[in-house]
Design a protein around this ligand. Structure first.
Ligand SMILES: Cc1cc2nc3c(=O)[nH]c(=O)nc-3n(C[C@H](O)[C@H](O)[C@H](O)COP(=O)(O)O)c2cc1C
Length: 246
């Protein structure tokens, strides 16, 4: 019997970026849906869930987006495209969602009955996250955050990454973890994928009518891969060069 570690090992080892997809057989969109529902279970920064996932199922839109993916084979032959989008601009909504969740969980305790964790959670989503994510056009708030962090660093360890671009990295990291979860799930279901960052983000965003603040993390081609869709054997540098114990 295969245990779960063996199964996971097989999924990870067998997953490849596949760039040519079968056009003949039926494609089961439910598997994409199911895999996306698994993807949102991926770990994400502060559980802010600043992401969205768009299934491009309309063939006209798909062809258009494939064109904006530089007409790459993976995009052109994909049976579906999944666009992973970062929505850093949704921080207010998400912080409120988490704050309300904790408020509801705490119930009608009086403030004096709050546990330390209750207080920490309410403070985290009610005050800290807004301070962390708030940004203005001139980046003044980001500088205030940086100065506060710098001052605090003399007294205790601090999180230095509080600038606006740091927060973009934070959000993209989480989205990429979801993307990988999605691709592994697709593989486990017998389908193949290819993540792509080679696309014209302006044109894709316009085609999808996404707001200016939405950032496309990656576009994932999906389908049943053809053997010729795997271009090379799997190549990685030696583990000794990249995995260290300190
Ligand atoms: C963020 C990201 C962007 C990528 N963009 C492209 C792309 O635009 N086109 C493409 O053919 N492959 C793309 N790839 C796939 C990589 O080339 C591929 O993962 C790498 O060569 C390793 O091969 P493997 O996935 O089969 O192990 C991308 C992968 C990642 C993670």
């Amino acid at each position: 019997m295969i245990d779960s570690a063996q199964l996971f090992d097989a999924i990870v080892r067998e997953r490849r970026s596949v760039r040519i997809y079968d056009q003949e057989n039926d494609f089961d969109g439910d598997i994409v849906q199911r895999s996306l529902e698994r993807a949102v279970l991926a770990p994400n920064s502060s559980n802010m869930q600043l992401w969205e996932f768009y299934r491009i199922i309309d063939p006209i839109k798909r062809n258009q987006i494939a064109k904006y993916c530089m007409n790459q084979n993976a995009a052109r032959t994909a049976r579906e495209l999944v666009v992973v989008v970062v929505r850093k601009d949704k921080w207010r909504e998400r912080a409120k969602f988490m704050f309300n969740y904790h408020k509801k969980r705490i119930g009608n305790k009086t403030k004096t009955e709050y546990t330390k964790r209750d207080k920490r959670n309410l403070n985290y989503f009610g005050k800290l996250m807004p301070m962390y994510y708030f940004s203005d056009w001139f980046g003044i708030w980001a500088w205030i955050r940086k100065i506060l962090v710098f001052s605090a660093s003399f007294f205790r360890p601090v999180i230095w990454q509080v600038g606006n671009s740091d927060l973009r990295v934070v959000s993209h990291k989480s989205a990429a973890l979801a993307a990988q979860t999605f691709m592994l799930s697709m593989h486990a279901e017998g389908y193949h994928t290819c993540p792509m960052e080679g696309f014209d983000s302006w044109k894709v965003r316009r085609c999808m009518q996404l707001p200016y603040a939405a950032e496309i993390n990656m576009i994932i081609a999906c389908g049943k891969g053809k053997p010729e869709g795997i271009y090379t054997e799997r190549i990685r540098v030696d583990n000794k060069e990249i995995i260290f114990s300190i």
